[in-house]
Ligand binder design. Structure first.
Ligand code: 2BA
Length: 111
């Protein structure tokens, strides 16, 4: 039976709920503190190694535990902007409920 690695990047706000739902379903996971490259804000990455046949269940647990939100970002002011009339105004971005990669696991060992 094939094994998959599900990598799910979720918002910090959703991570306790997802962790709890995974445990309840008997799905093993590792949580990593991560940082979004664009927002430079904290998010959480879950590494979930699971049998191939449980992947749909895992994806549905993620889908029901996480939701997308609008986040306001204030862009950094350009250099020297303090002398001129640069007004950095906040822009809103939609941050997804979860960004998911499903990878084939070539080999799994535990010692
Ligand atoms: P961030 O990189 O902080 O991105 C947060 C949100 O900002 C993104 O939400 C997207 O709506 C927007 N965004 C990101 N890059 C952008 C760009 N170049 N131009 C305009 N808007 C941009 P999501 O797409 O839902 O991504 C949420 C988080 O998932 C990301 O946080 C990042 O940590 C991760 N992620 C998304 N796509 C990824 C990928 N292809 N590889 C690795 N990590 C990814």
């Amino acid at each position: 039976m094939g094994m998959k690695m599900v990598i799910a990047i979720v918002q910090d706000k959703d991570s306790p709920k997802l962790a709890q739902n995974l445990i309840q379903a008997g799905v093993r996971a590792t949580k990593l503190a991560s940082t979004g490259g664009f927002l430079h804000a904290g998010n959480t990455t879950f590494l979930i190694g699971t049998d191939e046949e449980r992947v749909p269940e895992v994806l549905s647990l993620i889908r029901t535990s996480c939701r997308s939100r609008e986040q306001v970002v204030t862009p950094m002011s350009p250099m020297g902007s303090q002398v001129e009339s640069y007004v950095p105004y906040p822009v809103s971005v939609q941050v997804g409920g979860a960004t998911i990669f499903v990878l084939d696991v070539e080999r799994f060992e535990q010692y």
